[in-house]
Design a protein around this ligand. Structure first.
Ligand SMILES: Nc1ncnc2c1ncn2[C@@H]1O[C@H](COP(=O)(O)OP(=O)(O)O)[C@@H](O)[C@H]1O
Ligand SMILES: N[C@@H](CC(=O)OP(=O)(O)O)C(=O)O
Length: 613
């Protein structure tokens, strides 16, 4: 359907009858956490409008974020996990939350609209798997407090006093679970009309949050959260969000079905032959999920979603504890990948990623007022932007849908009529936008030679290692990479000479991890650390053909008095990055946007200096 279609006056039932034809195309819509948190009303209208235009819609949702992703449910869930492993303060013991009005180990309750597979419980400490899939924990803990364990109080042990009890309950993960519960209950009350559906939804939220609490409590007792358990904890966010969205659609007369994917990977993984789904990782490191795994999962998802028949599938973007852990294998933003695999499985005509912005901009519109919408972008450019701070779309997403020749469109929930940004591979670009053909270089306009976007990644540290010259240069580099691999550290940028290596990476949340890494690196050479840095990246497919992009970028930064700590140009030639001080980040973004990305160019702008190679 066209992106500008609007709802008709037909009732939802009439609309829905129109959409049952199996030949009607599918559109998969992924709604980001901020949209689920802030724009539920708009989401339901969008879904209705697509159904009315004879389109089958499947929707995939992320965990709610009421303001920003940083304050969203997934981050709260990760925080709660850490808190469960943090030693309790002075007098409050791990189990000091007894006597609360809500049970720690709630009973599984019958299946209403939300189905029987949705509530789960932890009935024993060995069952550390929040979704009850029955698989045992991985032996290597993802989070472990490394503290000597003091015997926790049992949940039924009375606390010393009522006041202490209240204080205990407010501490640590309990407070965080309460916050998650409160936010979701409020959303349910604001979104749904009073009645049985809302009552059932509130019960479901209550139950899921208490299951979570019980799970964390059990983790606290055994003092360990395995990667698989961590995945399950994180998955609570998508489950809660989807319950609200599915109920909101129903409340407005759109028949929906909640699709929880907690167990889909187990079945898919077995079917493709266990470890065969993982590609070889060599001697060390984590094996990567292979294409065979994704292909099979896509088929499974397609089959599952078609089972929904006339109902709109509302799919948890969390798709279960994958081999090697979802967060380690795919990382944050996994719901984009889930939506992509749903689109592939359904042979959808389009994958739509709905956000709170009109699409991909030339810079973060919150930070650069003059940023413009980019109408078309390549998957490589979108991936570079995501890696370097503009969380536009998960990089793995694009490969899956583009292999299946399904276009991706980024759209704004609050502006559904906008065209958004479409992600096309280079070779599928409209002819006028193909700037890589050698014989067409002379015809390129200044605009066609411009970079696509500028982005900033905050909270960066730079480690500089100077060789102690006790090993040859290749041995020096090998030892550094070996040390980083063992520490599980991802390097964002690197710049090397024979005896000196500078590496930019995300700041460490846990100081002890940095301390440990530094002491290991000090065995290889002298180490210095620069903190509170940011990576500034200029991204654009056109930079392959333009001489002077780097010159324009660094001239503009020099004129603005921005100090550059390190420089790196990726092998792809579509990204030039440098590390600057974090305090200069916004200024640098604006300066680069004004000088390299503003059209039409003024004589003062450095873009004038660009020539074709
Ligand atoms: N180049 C960019 N183009 C568009 N948005 C960007 C860019 N860089 C950063 N952003 C930010 O990314 C966010 C994406 O939208 P949002 O709906 O909040 O994300 P999510 O779908 O993860 O909830 C916006 O807040 C926007 O300010
Ligand atoms: N909620 C998960 C998954 C996700 O994809 O989020 P979002 O769609 O809001 O980027 C996360 O924060 O990582």
């Amino acid at each position: 359907m066209s992106s500008s279609s609007t709802p008709t006056s037909a009732t939802p039932e009439e609309l829905w009858r129109n959409s049952t034809d199996p030949n009607i195309p599918w559109v998969v819509q992924k709604y980001g956490g901020t949209s689920v948190g802030k724009s539920l009303e708009s989401i339901t209208k969008i879904v209705e409008s697509y159904i009315s235009s004879r389109t089958n819609v499947a929707i995939v949702c992320s965990a709610r974020s009421s303001h920003t992703k940083a304050l969203g449910t997934t981050n709260l869930l990760l925080q709660a996990s850490r808190e469960a492993l943090t030693p309790p303060s002075s007098s409050s013991a791990a189990g000091g939350v007894s006597g609360t009005t809500t049970p720690f180990f709630p009973k599984r309750v019958g299946s209403g609209f939300f189905g029987k597979d949705l509530s789960s419980s932890v009935s024993s400490l060995s069952q550390l798997d929040i979704n009850g899939s029955g698989r045992s924990s991985s032996p290597s803990p993802f989070f472990s407090s490394n503290r000597s364990r003091s015997p926790p109080k049992s949940p039924t042990t009375p606390s010393t006093s009522a006041a202490q009890e209240v204080q205990d309950q407010e501490e640590g993960f309990h407070k965080t679970v309460d916050l998650i519960k409160k936010g979701h209950l409020e959303a349910a009350r604001v979104t749904l009309r009073a009645g049985p559906l809302r009552d059932e939804l509130e019960d479901e939220i209550e139950r899921d949050c208490e299951s979570l609490r019980g799970f964390l409590y059990a983790a606290q007792i055994i003092d360990e959260i395995s990667p698989r358990s961590q995945d399950s904890i994180v998955g609570t966010g998508e489950r809660l969000a989807c319950k609200i969205v599915a109920a909101a659609l129903r409340d407005r007369g759109v028949d929906s079905e909640l699709v929880v994917l907690d167990n889909i990977v187990d079945a898919s993984f077995a079917a493709v032959g266990g470890d065969a789904a993982l590609t070889s990782a060599g001697d060390q490191g984590v094996a990567q999920l292979g294409q065979e795994f994704y292909d099979h999962l896509a088929v499974k998802l397609g089959e599952r979603l078609r089972e929904c028949g006339q109902r709109v599938p509302v799919v948890t973007g969390y798709f279960g504890p994958v081999p090697g852990s979802l967060l380690a294998q795919i990382g944050r933003g996994y719901t984009d990948l889930c939506a992509a695999l749903c689109a592939v499985g359904l042979k959808a005509s389009e994958l739509q990623v709905w956000k709170e912005v009109d699409g991909i901009f030339t810079a973060d519109p919150r930070k650069v007022k003059s940023a413009r919408l980019v109408p078309v972008i390549t998957p490589d450019e979108a991936a570079e932007l995501t890696y370097y701070g503009s969380e536009v779309i998960h990089p793995f997403t694009m490969e899956q849908v583009i292999r299946a020749r399904i276009p991706i469109r980024i759209k704004n929930v609050e502006n559904p009529k906008g065209d958004g940004t479409i992600i096309y591979p280079d070779e599928q670009f409209p002819r006028s936008l193909q700037s890589t053909k050698p014989d067409s270089k002379a015809e390129l306009t200044v605009e066609e030679r411009m970079p696509t976007a500028v982005t900033i990644k905050d909270s960066i540290i730079v480690l500089n290692i100077h060789s102690n010259r006790k090993t040859l240069s290749h041995g020096f580099l090998a030892r550094i990479f070996g040390t980083l691999d063992r520490a599980g550290v991802v390097v964002d940028l690197i710049s090397t000479s024979e005896v000196h290596v500078s590496m930019a990476m995300q700041s460490f949340t846990h100081r002890h991890r940095l301390t440990r890494l530094l002491s290991d690196l000090e065995k290889i050479g002298d180490v210095s650390v620069s903190k509170e840095m940011a990576i500034l990246s200029l991204v654009g497919r056109n930079m392959r053909n333009a001489i002077g992009s780097a010159g324009a970028m660094f001239t503009a930064l020099a004129k603005a008095g921005v100090n550059i700590e390190m420089i790196s140009q990726g092998a792809s030639e579509i990204n030039i990055s440098c590390v600057i001080e974090e305090k200069d980040a916004i200024k640098a973004l604006n300066v680069i946007h004004d000088s390299c990305l503003t059209y039409p160019p003024s004589p003062a702008r450095a873009i004038q200096g660009l020539q074709l190679s």
